[in-house]
Design a protein around this ligand. Structure first.
Ligand SMILES: [Fe+2]
Length: 99
């Protein structure tokens, strides 16, 4: 991290200009439960998303994470294929809601 007061976990947000794709390669993922190596997330532009409830707050004071992921900000709109639909987590959108 660059700043001593930086928070390791991302906050809930909406990226209005880009579609976001994240490939999780290894480690213990700070922001989301149920994400493992090989997982991919896709957040189309304009769709609010973020960490699981409590993950951001739990990361305050942390100085590092133990995870490797690759994030792509895509300025051209992406379209999921039929194959992607076959592996989609049907309850994903509900994972942002506090329970
Ligand atoms: Fe994002």
């Amino acid at each position: 991290m660059e700043h001593p007061d930086a928070v390791p976990c991302p906050y809930p947000h909406t990226s209005v200009d880009v579609d976001e794709v994240i490939f999780y390669q290894r480690g213990e993922f700070t922001s989301r439960r149920g994400v493992g190596p090989g997982s991919i997330s896709f957040h189309p532009a304009g769709v609010p998303h973020g960490p699981h409830p409590g993950a951001y707050e739990a990361s305050v004071g942390g100085t590092r994470t133990n995870e490797v992921a690759v994030m792509l900000d895509c300025f051209g709109a992406l379209k999921a294929t039929g194959a992607a639909g076959g592996v989609e987590d049907g309850g994903y959108e509900g994972s942002f809601v506090p329970r």
